[in-house]
Design a protein around this ligand. Sequence first.
Ligand code: AMP
Length: 412
Amino acid sequence: MRAVRGMRDILPKDRGIWRVAEKAAADVARRFGYEEIVTPVIEAAELIERVGEDTDAVAKELYRFEDRGGRKLALRPEATAGVVRAYFEGHLNQLPQPARLFLIGPMFRYNRPQKGRYRQFFQLDVEAIGGESPALDAEVIEIAATWLREIGLGDLRMDLNSIGDAKCRPAYLDLLRAYYRPLKDQLHGDCQRRLESNPLLLLDCKVPQCQPFKVDAPRITDHLCEECAAAWTAVRRLLDAAGIEYRHDPYLVRGLDYYTRTVFEFYPANRDGSQDALGGGGRYDGLAEAEGWPATPGVGFASGLDRVTEMMKETGAEVIAAPLAEVLVLADAGLEVAAAEVARICRTAISVAVDYEPKSLRAKMRSANKLGSRWVVLLSASEAGRRVAQLKNMASGEQAEVAWDDLPARLA
Ligand code: AMP
């Protein structure tokens, strides 16, 4: 039996780097006043489908199934829909606003597995729900930038854009359609189809034949309503003041109507744009309503921990060693009770494991060497009777008889 395609184990040797990334995320989030939330990996399929019908993550890649009770369910492909649901269901909307939340957990997408792309992957998700100040957009971006910098990934490029809102976007989309209509025959199939239904996605297209037309396309940031223009200016001013660099990318968009104003994405600095993003986010003032709740603004950020930890490895980020037992207790067969007691005594001061395998002391010593324990406690029947043991320092090779009860002081 093997792991399911696209699913993978994170083995102990790799968990250290994940722990660094997760701990830094929790630290940074807390420093900004964001509290942790956990939502189920299973949601009603309708919740996910209502808010993401046009996206690949939902349209083509959703893990959708019926449970034994005939409920139509989905494994979440992203966190925001569930977090917004929990915000209302848990009455966070009745507390002082905005609710500042973060979540770390697995997401599921039925896509084609490759390096950096898995069917179960993990995200750090940060959301500020219930506030419309552009300062929150900048705050979420600052959290992302701070976290990435603190885990050694400061060398990034951030792309930033505004995609307006329900007030100014429709008129802009008409302009965009008018611009692209005469070029329709020269676009690739998907873009020809999207031209009328969702022209914003034409700007995001990566197919070579569609690229030449982008430069002269109207830019939405030239067609924002007064409120969106003010927010666009405010976000950039706040980022400048925070010392966060960005590049205005007029082609950065989101294809769903409930996304408003700010959109951003983080990429490794020295790679081209076709490289997968390390994270991204934006404002979604129409999302709550799309879920059937009262209209409520929000802004958020999601980053893939699989890719982030992969990059941390490449950049040689410092890893906290896995909590390997610092002391290994080795005893002859039949001395399990004594060995467990010695371990219990040592454990008041230091991490300890006991080698209970039925093999010779010599063989156990070889394993201790391989494991890299700092100390070994050797226990023989005659010594156990006197409540003493041999304590060996693995680095220096020094060995001495020590009373069991003196071990914690010697090891601390
Ligand atoms: P998205 O919700 O598509 O904007 O994804 C947010 C982030 O999650 C991306 O920037 C990636 O870092 C990560 N991500 C998305 N899909 C996958 C996947 N299939 N495997 C690993 N990471 C992913």
